[in-house]
Design a protein around this ligand. Structure first.
Ligand code: MG
Length: 361
């Protein structure tokens, strides 16, 4: 098996602002595991997220560091292959997740089946939860314009956490003028306990269905407990639920967890986390980074195992590595559409990978 790395750079459709900062271009690494004997390649993707300290350079260094293991360990099934790699990438979950996605893709392609079927899930897309569309933090009219560009989603996720609660609530009020669809609020750790408690009833009135990660991960335990007990809205963990060890820590402080393969190290641990979260009575969601159809197609394989989803990353990019929508899992008005092809269902175009190749490594 041969590991091939494709560092890419794609402009964002719009500058992307979270409580952490703003960016205008996305630099990711598409990972290809090529099986020379079978003549098949599996694909995964790692997003560069500078506020996590993850850049093209750190991703490539991490992936090159495990090239010998990745190419040398036979891929019999993704879980045991992951177990061989994970100890070498304990501090690099983004890189590990990209390899794990590629391994799932190749494993299912070799079997001539889809990854979700190989994982034991049904293939009835209509039974899967829909994905929301995310509105980045901006001035209220700009946020309303973003929503108006993507009508027809069954639910929208709203990024707040500016630090000014009145301004944040005004943003939700403005969006409510644009749509009757339910909203989800993600404060990205930008609120205090007092702000989160004060916002609760108003957000309920505005048709918000849950509140994601309002408090800092290191907020005092008593504050996190109080919000869990007093919030009229379910409180969902994102920044507080990174890896497998975090699921049990979220019980009693959150009503649900937002899993992301990039945070925990792949589909393999995400599936275990989803099962553990359910056992603990937590709702389970799946999210993505700002990634192309390669990354979205891999993470979409988890849809049958979750209650809610935020898989709109590819829509935030002005370009993609697939030549057409039929060459990957696409998001259409909230529904993920799976092509009939094997594996994760995605086939990046070699020409697109070359065209989007980044020089900034
Ligand atoms: Mg979030």
């Amino acid at each position: 098996m041969k590991l091939i790395l494709h560092p890419i750079e794609i402009p964002l459709r719009h500058p992307w602002t979270l409580a952490h900062g703003t960016r205008t271009v996305q630099r990711n690494v598409v990972v290809e595991l090529h099986d020379e004997q079978a003549g098949l390649s599996g694909f995964g993707e790692a997003a560069g997220i500078p506020y996590f300290g993850v850049t093209t350079a750190t991703l490539i260094a991490a992936l090159e560091g495990v090239r010998g293991v990745a190419e040398g360990v036979p891929l019999l099934d993704p879980e045991s292959w992951w177990a061989g790699l994970a100890p070498h990438l304990a501090e690099q979950p983004f890189a590990l997740a990209a390899l794990d996605a590629a391994a799932h893709d190749l494993w299912a392609k070799r079997a001539g089946s889809t990854t979700r079927r190989m994982l034991g899930f049904g293939e009835d897309e209509a039974a899967y939860p829909p994905s929301d569309f995310t509105i980045g933090l901006a001035e209220p009219d700009a946020m309303a314009a973003r929503l108006a560009e993507r009508p027809g989603f069954p639910v929208y996720k709203v990024k707040l956490g500016s630090g000014d609660l009145a301004a944040d609530l005004a943003r939700v009020e403005r969006l409510r003028e644009e749509t009757d669809a339910p909203l989800r609020v993600d404060a990205n750790t930008g609120w205090t306990l007092e702000q989160a408690i004060e916002a609760g009833p108003r957000l309920v009135d505005l048709g918000v269905e849950f509140l994601e990660q309002p408090l800092r991960v290191d907020a005092p335990e008593a504050e996190r407990r109080r919000l869990f007990e007093e919030s009229p809205l379910p409180v969902i963990a994102d920044e507080a639920c990174f890896g497998e060890a975090d699921v049990a820590r979220c019980a009693g402080f959150f009503h649900g967890v937002n899993l992301k393969p990039a945070k925990c190290g792949g589909l393999t641990p995400a599936l275990r986390m989803a099962a553990e979260a359910r056992d603990l009575g937590l709702r389970v969601g799946v999210g993505c980074m700002t990634e192309t159809t390669v990354g979205i197609s891999a993470t979409a394989q988890l849809l049958p195992a979750v209650d809610f989803a935020d898989l709109d990353g590819a829509l935030l990019l002005a370009d993609d590595v697939v030549a057409s929508a039929a060459a990957g899992v696409t998001l259409d008005s909230g529904r993920l559409r799976f092509p009939p092809s094997a594996g994760n269902g995605v086939q990046p175009a070699a020409a697109s990978l070359l065209r989007l190749r980044t020089a900034s490594v």
